[in-house]
Ligand binder design. Structure first.
Ligand SMILES: [Zn+2]
Length: 248
């Protein structure tokens, strides 16, 4: 099975690189007379060596994991989530193997880059929780991540679109959209669209990952430990995870 799959993948890679394509003259023409170097130049790109491909590459083709391109910094959450700033923020990629990003103002994916900055620990926690969620639910759609903080944190209120955020100021907050029953990659527009079982599992995983708070909407009927999972208005389409203040 594994061998058959890797043969299939190699065939796909060769086809993508043009190696299996029938080029004019290749079938019946006599041996090329041009010099070897020139022939090599015309051979097109080399196929990606199997060792450099990721086993998660199915959805994103043969590209490497976007997560591999993250520029990590030592980062610091200064002040408070609702009155603070972010130093050395790490930008979450526009998408990953197991997540997409969603712009809550423009209602489209991906989210704009300047809305995707957090502390290194917040970004690591999001990726770890979502990777584990995907492993536990191999048939689930990718998870939607919304706003984190701005590149240097600070005010993320209504002047940045929509109703804005009271918090999301120091890289410790992230919005995560509840999975949809129809597996579409977008924000839910009503609680009836939410896959409750998967949404509860996401809440539980963020609690286990050390969230200080997970805010959920009043109509979602999601629950968790008192003092951590709290009901808050405007959270019927997404949960809001906040890490504790020592998250560098
Ligand atoms: Zn939020």
């Amino acid at each position: 099975m594994g061998r058959a799959l890797s043969l299939l993948a190699l065939t796909a890679a060769l086809a993508a690189a043009g190696w299996l394509a029938t080029r004019p003259g290749t079938a019946s023409a006599p041996a090329p007379t041009r010099p070897r170097a020139a022939a090599r130049r015309h051979a097109g790109p080399q196929p990606v060596p199997p060792a450099r491909r990721t086993h998660h590459a199915g959805r994103l083709g043969l590209r490497r994991r976007p997560e591999a391109g993250i520029v990590w910094h030592h980062s610091h959450a200064l002040g408070l989530p609702y009155a603070g700033s972010l130093v050395g923020g790490v930008r979450l990629p526009r998408e990953g193997v197991h997540f997409f990003t969603w712009d809550p103002v423009l209602h489209r994916s991906p989210n704009r880059p300047w809305r995707r900055y957090g502390t290194a620990r917040l970004v690591r926690t999001l990726l770890a929780v979502i990777d584990a969620f995907a492993a536990a639910h191999p048939h689930a759609a990718r998870v939607g991540i919304g706003d984190l903080s701005r590149p240097h944190g600070g005010d993320f209120g209504p002047r940045f679109g929509g109703i804005g955020h009271a918090s999301h100021q120091n890289g410790l907050d992230a919005d995560v959209y509840y999975p949809l029953r129809d597996r579409r990659e977008r924000a839910p527009t009503s609680v009836g669209q939410i896959d409750h079982r998967l949404a509860q599992d996401l809440v539980d995983r963020f609690v286990r990952a050390g969230a200080q708070f997970v805010f959920v909407g009043p109509d979602t009927h999601l629950r968790g430990p008192a003092g951590i999972v709290e009901v808050l208005v405007h959270h019927d389409d997404h949960l809001h995870v906040r890490l504790p203040p020592d998250s560098g």
